[in-house]
Design a protein around this ligand. Structure first.
Ligand code: NAD
Ligand code: IPM
Ligand code: MN
Length: 355
């Protein structure tokens, strides 16, 4: 078969360190599973914007679409802003809208040996946040209106945009392994339909799509209650689907219950492109120091392998991560940082990646 064609975006801050780790794991899993791959590097993000005036090189979107998958490090640097004062368009929007990756899939699992932020034990927390990725409040990115005295943004929810992401969530609930405590496949719709019309449409469309999936249970939660329940009863969740901004905030909250942002990878997926990246940002406070937890990037790689129709390799990477944690070869210390540093985590995963 043709070698797997991957594009890599190292990104900013801790991005290059993390991507380097993930590429070492990729080399190892490819050797074990016997597949060929080639990697093209695209420099993009805040550093690229600062040095070239473009966050993403010209024609890069076509290249990314043509690839079997894209592995991206986090982007963003303090002080690198658009003239409007935001980071609008610094890649988040460019890629998600540009590639129309409408679902941002963020699995939350508490793995063995990881200090979670709640009283739960490894294996109990195992759900997926499906974040709508192309509209909602973020459609206002780079738009909105501002004077020195007032500023406003718009939250837009469309029927078509909601239908496709909700359908994705139901399909995922059918397909995924791992079940909530009560063994019931379930999709939870999170919104604020009690307050905003946009969210009321989101819920209405959710209910309509749900009728096509009578084998999957449903649940509705307002976002504030969901924030509470993500801490109080995370073992009850299976798949959750929500608007863009809610998904942004609630997934970082979920991360705190599974060992921190360094434990959370994600896949941005659309009809003709996919890219994997950590849930977190470029962590400028620890960049270049070898302190970051690379498991977020390594678990993102696993999601990309699943997507590239190499799910056995994705599973092998996840198993290697779990073995390394279980054996105590990876220890998460203060603020979710690995006590032995980035390199030691990478080495431990590679050592535990076996045929
Ligand atoms: P952040 O996620 O970069 O960092 C928040 C905190 O978590 C920091 O204390 C950081 O040190 C810690 N942290 C993050 N990842 C870690 C890891 N792997 N191991 C250990 N600790 C880790 O969020 P921020 O500081 O609010 O944002 C920094 C920049 O990243 C901003 O420019 C922001 O816009 C950008 N950002 C980009 C993405 C992305 O590329 N997808 C996502 C989120 C934020
Ligand atoms: C994320 C990030 C981005 C977002 C930022 C960097 C634009 O926080 O991927 O979660 O808010 O979507
Ligand atoms: Mn975020």
């Amino acid at each position: 078969p043709e070698p797997l064609d991957l594009v890599v975006i190292p990104g900013d801050g801790i991005g290059p360190e993390l991507v380097d780790s993930a590429l070492r794991v990729l080399g190892r899993v490819a050797a074990v599973d016997g597949f060929e791959y080639r990697v093209t590097t695209v420099e993009a993000g805040a550093g690229a914007y600062r040095s070239t005036g473009r966050a993403l090189p010209e024609n890069a979107l076509d290249r990314l679409r043509a690839a079997d998958g894209v592995l991206k490090g986090p982007v963003g640097l303090p002080g690198v802003r658009h003239p409007d004062g935001t980071e609008a368009g610094l890649l988040g929007g460019l890629l998600r809208i540009g590639l129309d990756t409408f679902a941002n899939v963020r699995p939350m699992r508490l793995l063995p040996g990881v200090p979670g932020g709640t009283r739960h034990e490894a294996g109990e927390i195992d759900y997926v946040v499906v974040r709508e990725n192309t509209e909602g409040l973020y459609l206002s990115r780079g738009a909105g209106a501002a004077t020195p005295h007032a500023a406003c943004d718009q939250l837009m929810v469309t029927r078509a945009g909601t239908e496709r992401v909700v359908r994705y969530a139901f399909e995922l609930a059918r397909a995924r392994s791992g079940a909530p405590a009560d063994g019931t496949r379930r999709v939870t719709c999170v919104d604020k339909s009690n307050v905003l019309r946009s969210y009321a449409l989101f819920r209405r469309v959710f209910d309509e799509v749900a009728e096509e999936y009578p084998d999957v249970a449903t649940e509705h939660l307002y976002a504030d209650a969901a924030a509470h329940d993500l801490v109080a009863r995370p073992q009850c969740f299976d798949v959750m689907v929500m608007e863009n901004f809610l998904g942004d905030v609630l997934s970082d909250l979920g991360a705190a219950t599974v060992g921190g942002l360094g434990m959370c990878g994600s896949l941005n997926v659309g009809a003709d492109a996919a890219y994997a990246e950590p849930v977190h940002g470029s962590a400028p406070d620890i960049a270049g120091q070898g302190l970051a937890n690379p498991l977020s990037q390594i678990l993102s790689l696993a999601l990309l392998l699943d997507h590239a129709e190499l799910p056995a390799s994705g599973d092998r990477v996840r198993r290697a991560v779990e073995s390394a944690l279980l054996l105590g070869a990876v220890e998460l210390g203060e603020r979710g940082r690995p006590s032995g540093g980035t390199q030691s985590v990478t080495a431990a995963v590679c050592e535990n990646l076996r045929p």
